[in-house]
Design a binder for this molecule. Structure first.
Ligand code: HEM
Length: 236
């Protein structure tokens, strides 16, 4: 559920000088908890996966330390991702605007945003990434529990052990692909996005350029509250 609002309007809400709250403190904290735990699992997981990447374990205190913390940080990643699901599931549903946007996605890739149809708080690509991480983490947790407590799986059911290894690796590789695109888009491609996930706010111009429908919704809600503040509203 979006809690975004106009923070300062630099004149009237929606003018170029105005700033809009894009991510609340709670959203930012959970995002960075997920990021930290995911990057830890990524480094340690790659170290376990291939001898060529075993050296990565030395970056995080050596292989035994990595083996101890990997499943715990994996649980941390799952909890923070489920928390994001609780906060954002309403904003992440596919809309007709997303379907129109997805047909014009080539303009997004070619950095010609002015040719894209307007979208809400998140664009279709961001939504796909969210669902990839959400379903990815479910598979990672289930298969990860199988690997964590592998000795509890009897030898007669060893196909479960093999399935757990395969599912864990495939889900990890899929999330890594999405993660690389996400970090690239958020830091290098869409200027202003990174500041928003650190400080929480964006300029009105940024909101209008990248998420027009969301911008219009925030401005509408903000003007409604100005004329009908929650403290004096009679909602009964
Ligand atoms: C160090 C790594 C990461 C960086 C630099 C990063 C960067 C960002 C940025 C800049 C945004 C704001 C984008 C915008 O509002 O336009 C964002 C949003 C978001 N991040 Fe991350 N992120 C990282 C890791 C993760 C991880 C591990 C997850 C896994 C669940 C994640 C999930 C999301 C989601 C779902 C959003 C909202 C939708 C979106 O922008 O895709 N991020 N991130």
């Amino acid at each position: 559920m979006s809690t975004s609002r106009v923070i300062s309007s630099g004149g009237s809400a929606g003018e170029t000088g105005g700033r809009i709250l894009r991510y609340t403190l709670s959203e930012r904290v959970h995002h960075w908890l997920a990021s930290f735990s995911y990057v830890y699992c990524l480094i340690t997981g790659l170290a376990f996966w291939s001898p060529y990447m075993y050296w990565l374990a030395t970056l995080v205190g050596g292989a035994p330390t990595a083996r101890f913390w990997h499943p715990w940080l994996g649980m941390g990643f799952a909890i923070s991702t489920f928390w994001m699901y609780k906060m954002w599931r309403g904003d992440m549903l596919t809309t007709d605007a997303d379907r129109r946007w997805s047909k014009a996605m080539k303009y997004y890739i070619e950095n010609e945003d002015e040719k894209l149809p307007p979208v809400g708080r998140f664009n279709y690509g961001q939504k796909l990434y969210f669902w990839l991480m959400f379903y990815g983490v479910i598979l990672l947790v289930i298969s990860g529990l199988g690997l964590w407590f592998v000795e509890s799986i009897p030898w007669s059911l060893r196909w479960l052990r093999y399935t757990a290894v395969t599912v864990h690796v495939v889900a990890a590789l899929a999330t890594i692909g999405g993660f690389i695109i996400h970090v690239y888009m958020g830091t290098a491609m869409v200027r202003g996005g990174f500041t928003s996930i650190i400080r929480g706010e964006v300029t009105a111009t940024w909101a209008r350029t990248h998420h027009r429908l969301w911008y219009e919704q925030v401005v509408r809600r903000s003007s409604a509250e100005k004329f009908n503040p929650p403290s004096i509203r009679n909602d009964a």
